[in-house]
Design a protein around this ligand. Structure first.
Ligand code: AP5
Length: 191
């Protein structure tokens, strides 16, 4: 099993690059943001609770997202592996992911971190907000998401760097060019 974490700030291209990784390597794509948005759309209790955090650009509590992921990993049958997109986002989630995968005889094999400067991130997200109308793509919420990323999520880079798993990828430029850099890292793991 090959398990890749795709890591980066809001708007760094995690979803875009995950789609390409899924297509090339046949991995299951698990995006906690997408899962939570579909709960909001279905107006479930979990969705309403998640929305109260997401609309402010705050993280949904660890125990909720860890439970969701745990259930999803447990329900997957015979898969080639996973792309974790938007998870982990805190140290507690990182540790939980390690434990979950271990229970299934697996591990995290690489953490692909997309590096994009803040001005470009804000540009991308506000642009998407104007087109798709994603509720959290407005200036105030984007600023909050970036602040939360720096305070709660970025420290995970050190956690993975010390474990030799962090792969920093330049996340600016063409989508295909960025994917070519990711492929170089992953191809080394699958050979
Ligand atoms: P989530 O859905 O994970 O959002 P995010 O991390 O803020 O990331 P985005 O989806 O906005 O961006 P992305 O990096 O995937 O980039 P994308 O490819 O879309 O989380 C949303 C919220 O859910 C969180 O704020 C939190 O509240 C909650 N949540 C989720 N997971 C959680 C967890 N584990 N714990 C607690 N709470 C959690 O691209 C962005 C835009 O840029 C697109 O328009 C795209 O077309 C464009 N783009 C992509 N690549 C390029 C390129 N190379 N050049 C130019 N434009 C590009």
């Amino acid at each position: 099993m090959l398990n890749i974490v795709i890591f980066g700030a809001p708007g760094s291209g995690k979803g875009t690059q995950s789609a390409k990784m899924k297509e090339k390597y046949g991995l299951e794509h698990l995006s906690t943001g997408e899962i939570l948005r579909s709960e909001i759309k279905a107006d479930t209790e979990l969705g309403r609770l998640a929305d109260s955090y997401m609309s402010k650009g705050l993280l949904v509590p660890d125990e909720l997202v860890i439970d969701i992921l745990n259930g999803l990993i447990g329900r997957q049958g015979d898969v080639k592996g996973f792309i974790f997109d938007g998870f982990p986002r805190t140290l507690a989630q990182g540790e939980a992911l390690g434990r979950m995968l271990k229970r299934h005889g697996g591990d995290v094999h690489a953490v692909v971190s997309l590096e994009v400067d803040e001005e470009e991130l804000i540009d991308r997200l506000l642009k998407r907000g104007r087109i798709s109308g994603r509720k959290d793509d407005n200036r105030e919420t984007v600023e909050s998401r970036l602040k939360v990323y720096r305070a709660q999520t970025e420290p995970l880079k050190e956690y993975y760097r010390t474990r030799g798993l962090l792969k920093n990828i330049e996340g600016t430029g063409s989508v295909d060019g960025i994917f070519a850099s990711i492929e170089k890292e992953i191809d080394r793991l699958v050979k």
